[in-house]
Design a protein around this ligand. Sequence first.
Ligand code: SAM
Length: 246
Amino acid sequence: MNSDRLSKRLATVANYVPKGAILVDIGSDHAYLPCFLAKNIGITYAVAGEVAVGPYQSAKGNVLSEGLSEIISVRLGDGLDVVKPGEVEYVTIAGMGGALITSILEKGKDKLGSVKRLILQPNISAISIRQWLLDNSWMLVTEEILEEDGKIYEVLVAEKGKDAIDPLIPYGQSLEEGLLLGPYLVKERNAVFKKKWINEKKNLQRIYQQLENAVQTPDTIEKKQELLHKIKLVKEVIQDEESKWS
Ligand code: SAM
């Protein structure tokens, strides 16, 4: 992969960054995403943020060799510390766990005042991002799920909830189901979504069985109850599909 041709995963993230955008890409690693956007979408300006020295140097090297130093500023630092309040309008964070993405957003809240859109691609635990968006009045405006090289990824796009807009709207009647599975993804129920949740249900059932075989403490009993509840939510959504596959 290089900055001329992105992976399907990063290309999906890139699709939500418009021409003229001023953005920060947190955890940019090689800076492929901002380089691609600068060369192909015509963004105004990007900050590529990295907390680790190796990836920061790799990003710096790529931006320099692509001749993009005027458009992309590569900065070393933790999460949103690399930007000033009011500096950017779009934030991309891809290729990390949902909990880490959430903690970056939480710690960098003071930098989000000028931000119009968050484009987030968690490798796991999208639920923690949806919960954070809801708690912080960000409206989830769309979601995508895709498979690449045998791995399944989700992309979540959120916009600042105007005072009049209730961020609960996308979740409709079932907040719990929407938080776990994604309100737009549940509605669409495409083949990748079904594949993901058939596998996840098996994983949840396997963990449940392990806990069932362990010494029963109040903690294991509580965990088992949580798992059963999750399994029920997943079953309700993929039930029809499973009978087709079995
Ligand atoms: N965003 C790229 C992508 O999706 O292909 C790279 C993903 S890579 C797996 C995760 C990157 O995030 C690593 O380079 C890591 O150093 C960086 N990272 C992790 N925590 C970070 C933080 N708090 N602030 C900035 N970068 C971080």
